[in-house]
Design a binder for this molecule. Sequence first.
Ligand code: MN
Length: 515
Amino acid sequence: MPDNRVLIFDTTLRDGEQAPGCSMNLEEKVVLARQLAKMGVDVIEAGFPIASPGDFEAVRTISEEIKGPIICGLARTADTDIDRAWEALQVAERARIHTFIATSEIHMRDKLKMGPDRVLEEVDRAVRRAHSYCEDVEFSAEDATRSDWEYLVKVYNAAVKAGASTLNVPDTVGYTTPAEYAELIRFLVEKVEGSEKVRFAVHCHDDLGLSVANSLAAIRAGARQVECTVNGIGERAGNTAMEEVVMALRTRGEFFGGCDTGINAKEIYHSSRLLSQVIGINVPPNKAIVGDNAFAHEAGIHQHGMLSNRLTYEIMTPESVGRGSTELVLGKHSGRHALAERLRTLGFDPEKVDFDEVFRRFKDLADAKKTVYNEDIEALVTDQLLRVVEYYKLENLSVTTGTFVTPTATVELAVDGESLKQAAMGDGPVDAVFKAIKTITDTQARLLRYQVNAITSGMDAQGEVAVTLEADGMRVIGQGADLDILVASAKAYVHALNKLIQRRQAGDRAALRGV
Ligand code: MN
C-alpha cells in the first residue's frame, strides 16, 4: 500500500451507536454495514461483542455477511473480552481485534484502579492473546491525549512487541488541539520502537469542535488511519465526520502530501441519508458536505459568480459526493426496467429487495405525486429494508380536524391478524391518531420526540416522520413516509411499537462504553 494511503476505519456501528438516540437493531446495522462496504471503507468496527448479546450478534452477523472491508470488534484487556470478540469475528473474511486500556493518570487511578506498571502488563497480555487468534490486532491507549508522553511510548512499545500492527492514539474526551496532536503523533512515530512497521491511527471526539481538524493535522504528522463515523455521530458531541475528512483530503490533496482514502465519494450522500433514516436524526442544514444548504448559493452576488464560473464559489461539486439528485427521475409511465436501473444507481441491489412491492409502491406514488425524485425512491426501499416483523399493522385511518372541530381520529390496526378499530379525540390531529393507537395497543410507551421532515422540496413532497418512544428503559425510533403527514405519523408510531416488541424479545441493552 502506498505511503500516502489513509485508511478509513468506520465506527458508526460502535462509537456512533453508543450515542443517545442512535442505537440500532441488527437488521439496521447490517443494512448500514453493506452500504459502508459499498462506499469502500477499509475497516468496519461492528461492535463491542462482550457488551451485550445484541452487540455480539451484530459483530457475528456482519462478519458472516459483509465481504471486502476488515471487520473489527472491540475488547477490553480481559481474557473474556478478547475471547468473546474472537468468537464473534472468526467467521470474517478478514478480522481485526481492537483492544484498549486507559493510560492517563486520572483514568488509571480513578477508573481502573491500576498503577502504570500493571497497565503495561495488561497491554502485553491482551495484545498477545488477541494476536494468538488473529494476525491483525489494533491497540488503543484510551485517553492518550491526557496521558504522559514518555509513558505512552512504553505502552505502545509493549503493544508492538506483543504483536499489534495498528496503534491508535485516541482523543477520547475531545481535549486536544491540532498543533498539539500533530506534535504528539510526530513524537510517537519517532520514539516508538518498530514504528516503521506499524500504522498510527487517530480517533477524535468533537467536544471542542476540533475532531476533523485534529484528525487532519495528525495525517500531516504521519497518521495513516482515521477513525470516524458517518455524519459524525458518536458519544457526546460526536466523532470525526468521515465525509469531511474524505473531502478535505480529496479537495486539498496537495497540501496533505498527496494523501487520499479509498472511499468512493459518490456514495457519501446516500450513506448520510441512509443513516439519518435509520436513526431518525437529520443533520443540521449547515452541516459540511451533507447538509441541505452545503451547496446552496442564495446570495445574489454569489449566484452571479456561479453562473459565470462555478469555481468562483464552489471548491467541490455536489455531484462529486453523490448529490445533484433532485432532478426529475421517474414518472408514472416508467417501467420495471427503469426502476431497477435507478435502484442500482442509487446503490441498492434490486435482487436484494422485494422488487414487486417496491414497484407497486412506486406506481402508487407516481400516480399521486407526478414527479418522483431519487429521495422518494430511497425512502421506499429503505422503508422496506428496515422493516421489522409487523405485530401491529396500520390498515385504515380517518381524521377530522380544523379550526372548529375537536380533532378526532379513527384508526384500524391489524393486531396479530385480527382487525381492531378505535376512535379518539386529541389536542391536535396527530395527538388524536396517537391516542387511538395507544388505546388499541394498550401501550405504556412514552412519546419522547416527534419530528417531521419533507423528503424533497415542493408542495407535493412526501412527509417523513420520526417518532421516538421509550418503555422499560429502551428507546426506539420509528419512521414513516407518506404524502399525507397524518398517515406518515401513524406509520411511524406503529413502526416504533413493532420495534419495541422486537427489542423486548431480543432483550438486551449494551451497558459498556468503549474508547
Ligand atoms: Mn470514542
